[in-house]
Design a protein around this ligand. Structure first.
Ligand code: URA
Length: 234
């Protein structure tokens, strides 16, 4: 079965064979319509399955040049999911996102709003290091955005934080400008569920442009406020 993923503007962004090979079972039992939180085991299983699918991606220059897949870090049960751009050298070496200089700053940014890094879930748009740390091409962003959407669907966070233009483009298309869109709450629909999403500058950009940190600080305070309003415990 093929799934035709659409972005917010109803444009097709890619076709993927059914990730989960759902079997439809018809039984003489009442259908259970109550909503249940996916349990930890289900999530782990789905994440493993997604990771395997990404590790078998073919025809991909990113994968060819990288030493290993960089899938995610943190707590899959977290109400907060953070999406960056793609692995750098350190991440490629260690197989974990945000472990280099940008990761050190990300940890400090989280601490500034009283969040410990192990309590969030972190991933990137692309799961393989782009050669020479170049920005992923639009075609690569589109290709991996299908996996990212599935990743969001599995984690099912209460708040989604998109860091930098690549994460923004993966979910909102190429037309927006991060400098204009950061610091605003937006809604993104993934698999028929609406997620509260905020765009903010990427920590690597802040390392290059420290004068922009004041805007990120505003964004971080907005995130803390929303966490408190929603009574999210983290
Ligand atoms: N930059 C990113 O976007 N992701 C990482 O994992 C590291 C640096």
């Amino acid at each position: 079965m093929e799934i035709d993923y659409k972005n917010q503007n109803n444009n097709s962004i890619g076709v993927l064979n059914d990730l989960f090979e759902i079997d439809y079972i018809f039984e003489n039992e009442p259908i259970k319509r109550t909503f249940e939180e996916p349990n930890f085991k289900d999530k782990q299983f789905s994440l493993e399955k997604l990771k395997n699918i990404i590790s078998e991606v073919s025809n991909c220059d990113l994968k060819k040049n990288a030493s290993k897949i960089v899938f995610s870090d943190g707590d899959p049960q977290s109400p907060i999911m953070i999406v960056g751009e793609g692995p750098g050298q350190k991440e490629d070496e260690l197989g974990k996102p945000f472990v280099g200089d940008a990761g050190v700053l990300l940890n400090k940014m989280l601490e500034a709003i009283n969040i410990k890094r192990p309590n969030v879930y972190i991933t990137n748009v692309v799961n393989y290091r782009p050669p020479n740390n170049r920005k992923p091409e639009p075609s690569e962003i589109n290709k991996y955005s299908v996996f990212l959407r599935e990743h969001i669907n599995i984690i099912d966070p209460k708040i989604l934080i998109l860091m930098g233009s690549t994460a923004m483009e993966a979910l909102f298309g190429q037309t927006l400008k991060i400098s204009k869109e950061r610091g605003k709450w937006k809604e993104i629909i993934v698999n028929q569920k609406t997620y509260q999403t905020i765009l903010t500058f990427h920590p690597a950009y802040l390392l290059r442009q420290p004068d922009q940190k004041k805007y990120s600080w505003n964004d971080l305070k907005m995130i803390r406020k929303r966490i408190d309003e929603l009574k999210i415990s983290i």
